[in-house]
Design a protein around this ligand. Structure first.
Ligand code: Z5A
Ligand code: MG
Length: 204
């Protein structure tokens, strides 16, 4: 086997790729902003371009902790506020060893909500809340009410103001394809930038 320049070509490319870690790409935003739609499209596009990319979402409802969270969000059970915050956090921590392993293997992780949703459930991505409410199934789960989302949005705007957090703000009020194109370009930049940077901490 060999590349256009002979057998050594593949080896050199393989060796160059070997040291690269994957990027951690987190999509946050107000309810119904299109995070899940965009996360799926991004993973598909990155894989089609030859990147190794996988999708994660939080809360990850399949684990024992995730099932408790799902029941709480669906208003089937009550959990004390501090406890439920810790459950959301535990749900992320239980995935950290696997996430680190995948990142170190060069796999880019596209994460549909992460710790920032734990601080405030919504972001300042320029989506008008009234427009979000007009999209499908708004209001079914706990937290999905206009006044609650407004309060969470204010908290998220405080997070966005922190210059140490490498946020990119995307206007989610446009078409799915337009939003996708921008997220894809930003993600390609992030993958390049992360390649040789050691894995750090989200909040040092
Ligand atoms: N939560 C928390 O409290 N603490 C934590 O630590 C974490 C989460 C991690 C459930 O989350 C709740 O958990 C959430 C925060 C809390 N509650 N609130 N708020 P979830 O992620 O499971 O929520 P979800 O049910 O998936 O909804 P979502 O994530 O808010 O929706 P989305 O993913 O942003 O949107 P979507 O499913 O991609 O799209 C919604 C609809 O809009 C759908 O019909 C699309 O086809 C349509 N859509 C998408 N994009 C567009 C555009 N551009 N134009 C027109 N229509 C569009
Ligand atoms: Mg979603």
């Amino acid at each position: 086997m060999g590349g256009p320049d002979g057998p050594g070509q593949w080896w050199r490319e393989g060796a160059a790729m070997a040291g690269r870690r994957g990027a951690l790409i987190v999509l946050e935003g107000v309810d119904r902003a299109g995070k899940s739609t965009q996360s799926r499209k991004l993973v598909d596009a990155l894989c089609a371009e030859g990147h190794r990319a996988e999708l994660l979402r939080f809360p990850e409802r399949s684990t024992e902790i995730g099932k408790l969270l799902s029941s709480y969000l669906e208003k089937k059970s009550e959990v004390e506020d501090h406890s439920v915050h810790l459950l959301f956090s535990a749900n992320r921590w239980e995935h950290v060893p696997l996430m680190k392993e995948k990142l170190s293997q060069g796999i880019t992780l596209v994460v549909d909500r992460y710790a920032f949703s734990g601080v405030a459930f919504t972001s300042a991505k320029e989506l008008q809340l009234a427009e979000a409410a007009a999209r499908g199934e708004f209001g079914r789960e706990r937290y999905e009410s206009g006044p609650f989302q407004q309060r969470a949005l204010q908290r998220f705007q405080q997070l966005l103001a922190d210059p140490s957090l490498p946020w990119k703000t995307v206007n989610a009020s446009r078409s799915i394809e337009d939003v996708h194109r921008e997220i894809r370009a930003l993600s390609e930049d992030a993958i390049r930038a992360a390649a040789h940077r050691p894995l750090g901490q989200l909040w040092a």
